[in-house]
Write a protein that binds this ligand. Structure first.
Ligand SMILES: C[S@@+](CC[C@H](N)C(=O)[O-])C[C@H]1O[C@@H](n2cnc3c(N)ncnc32)[C@H](O)[C@@H]1O
Length: 238
């Protein structure tokens, strides 16, 4: 049976766990999620003062990482359709110097309320998998990216090499959902949804192909931490 990724369910699920989202993220990944966002910003760095968009920004971690990487001069917009996650993002950006220059907007990744050909980088971390229509999300990311700009997708993937694949797969399917459910008490089973949605989502060359179909070129795949996550980078043609 397919995982329910309807907009209403996804928004409800993240709204429900918003308050514990950051804590569980860092706990369940042993803090490695911060390193993955750091790698994303390093691999696809902002240049000059053209704006950056972070989609499905949640509580804004990648948006904030981009803001810091740009030395506070690069305008950053974070967009998410879950109000509760954005409220926490607002609080976080309020605690960093110049953070009022990070703009957080409520919007659906499939119908972005943003102009075309505008952003130098359009990023998404652990978000595209949750967007109901992946291709629509990729098409919107490409539309708002300026010609020559970059689209960066950071997403979970399954490691290829045994025996790590087997050990990690067991942790990811059995241990992580139990701890996550216990600590989040999610009625929407957010932490059962996590391995289910990762299992269904295209990874590697399959996702690269979807990015090409959205109009991106020169797709680069960068496996992180033995392939637990992968960073995909595409370029919008000039
Ligand atoms: C797993 S969280 C990732 C948050 C953040 N990017 C991070 O790295 O921690 C996924 C986020 O995607 C958002 N999301 C899912 N579908 C969306 C959509 N169609 N439009 C906008 N946001 C969406 C959810 O509300 C949630 O905040």
């Amino acid at each position: 049976m397919q995982v329910d990724k309807s907009e209403a369910r996804v928004r409800r699920m993240f709204g429900e766990i918003a308050g514990r989202y950051d804590f569980l993220n860092h706990l369940l990944s042993l803090g490695i999620d911060k390193y993955w966002r750091w790698r994303t910003v390093r691999r696809v760095p902002p240049v000059g003062e053209a704006p950056v968009l972070d989609l499905c920004t949640g509580t804004g971690d990648l948006a904030i990482a981009y803001f810091k990487a740009g030395g506070g001069r690069t305008p950053v917009v974070g967009c998410d359709f879950c109000h509760e996650m954005l409220v926490l993002g607002e609080r976080k950006r309020g605690r960093i110097a110049g953070g009022e220059r990070i703009l957080l907007v409520e919007g659906d990744a499939q119908r972005l309320p943003l102009e075309s050909d505008y952003f130098q980088i359009v990023s998404v971390a652990f978000g595209l998998r949750n967007v109901t229509d992946t291709d629509r999300g990729l098409a919107e990311m490409t539309r708002v990216c300026r010609p020559g700009g970059k689209v960066a997708v950071l997403e979970f993937s399954m490691p290829r090499r045994q025996p790590f694949r087997a050990v990690y797969g067991w942790y990811f399917r059995n241990i992580l959902p139990r701890i996550g459910q216990l600590l989040s008490r999610s009625r929407e089973s957010a932490y059962n949804y996590l391995p289910e949605s990762v299992g269904e989502f295209p990874s590697g060359e399959a996702l690269a192909e979807r990015m090409r179909a959205a109009g991106l070129v020169d797709i680069e795949l960068c496996p992180l931490t033995l392939g637990i996550a992968t960073l995909y980078v595409g370029t919008k043609e000039k």
